[in-house]
Write a protein that binds this ligand. Structure first.
Ligand SMILES: CC1=C(CCC(=O)O)c2cc3nc(cc4[nH]c(cc5[nH]c(cc1n2)c(C)c5CCC(=O)O)c(CCC(=O)O)c4C)C(CCC(=O)O)=C3C
Ligand SMILES: [Fe+2]
Length: 306
């Protein structure tokens, strides 16, 4: 760990009250060609929860769990937190790190996969934030971790738990955030999602069928995105006689708005209409095994540098 002097938790950010919702959505979608109706619809999801996204509280919980893991293993690094789209903004965090004398930080991102939205865009965030701060500390993004037990094992337990709440013969349905087919590195994102889903299915329900589908589609209807969407897939499964579904949000690390609304409200409603029993598996969140990942990745990254 000697080659790093801080850990940076890098996340998406979310609104913390009703007045934050519109400016947050403007930050997220600046220059991204998202239809106005879609934004108004997503705004309503946030207002339904008092304008508060769950994501910032989840980051605070994860930081506490990482700090506990560091303390238990004698790692003395401070943990910083910065976001792409809401306070604490990454540039402000980098400025604070500089003021504190940090020279070389490792970044743990709250997204496990390769792909533009899930990896490359966070690298752009780091570069932009560093540009804003004179003599900014070096920031090295830790590798993607969708194949690590610290990420997969909590999902496997959660998938088993969700199946346990359903009648026999329930189908495991993994979900991830859809992205445009034109997005750079989309193939890598999909390949890693399939690998992760296969590994969790193998642990939670060996030999049973499973599916990988998508959720939270955005963008103009004319633009093709990854499919099928979970709602359409529920209909198809219903047609095949499936009467129970355990949804596993393998594309996410915590229960943020896409999970709380798009799965727990929207997909759950659709399942109820179809007469499908529906259970949603928990995400890793602040699971100690997940919170140990930054330390494990740090040790590997430091080791590689000798
Ligand atoms: C792959 C992926 C992840 C997983 C990786 C990761 O976790 O980073 C993710 C996470 C998240 N996405 C989030 C929120 C939003 N994403 C949007 C829009 C978009 N997401 C996209 C992709 C992804 N998004 C894309 C291709 C767009 C279109 C615009 C663009 O090309 O950028 C919009 C605009 C409205 C809408 O169109 O939905 C919002 C509000 C939140 C916060 C939730 C909370 O507040 O709890 C989180 C964690
Ligand atoms: Fe998103």
């Amino acid at each position: 760990m000697t080659s790093f002097d801080a850990l940076l938790l890098l996340s998406f950010g979310g609104p913390e009250g009703p007045d934050d919702v519109v400016p947050f959505l403007e930050n997220v979608t600046r220059g991204r060609n998202i239809p106005r109706e879609r934004l108004e619809e997503v705004g309503e999801h946030y207002y339904l929860f008092g304008g508060v996204s769950p994501i910032n509280a989840l980051c605070r919980e994860l930081i506490s769990a990482i700090e506990a893991d560091f303390a238990a293993h004698g790692v003395g690094l401070p943990v910083y937190w910065g976001n792409r789209n809401w306070a604490p903004y990454l540039a402000d965090t980098v400025r604070q790190m500089k003021a504190d004398g940090i020279t070389r930080a490792a970044a743990f991102v709250t997204s496990a996969y390769s792909g533009y939205s899930t990896n490359d865009q966070y690298l752009e965030d780091i570069a932009r934030a560093r540009d804003e701060v004179p003599d900014a500390p070096e920031i090295v993004k830790l590798p993607v971790y969708s194949d690590r037990p610290g990420f997969l094992d909590p999902f496997a337990d959660a998938a088993r738990d969700a199946l346990g709440r359903l009648p026999e013969g329930a189908r495991l349905v993994f979900t991830a955030h859809s992205v445009p087919l034109s997005q750079p590195n989309r193939e890598l994102y999909v390949a890693e999602l399939e690998e992760a889903a296969r590994a969790v299915a193998h642990q939670a329900a060996p030999g049973k069928p499973w599916d990988l589908v998508y959720q939270s589609r955005s963008g103009p209807p004319s633009q093709p995105w990854l499919e099928p969407q979970i709602d359409d897939h529920l209909e198809k499964l219903h047609g095949e006689g499936v009467r129970a579904v355990a949804a596993v949000p393998i594309g996410f690390v915590s229960d943020h708005m896409e999970v709380k609304y798009d799965l727990d409200v929207e997909a759950a409603d659709r399942a109820a209409e179809l007469g499908i029993a529906f259970a949603r598996a928990a995400t890793p969140g602040a699971d100690p095994r997940f919170a140990a990942l930054p330390r494990e990745l740090l040790a590997e990254a430091a080791g590689e540098r000798g």
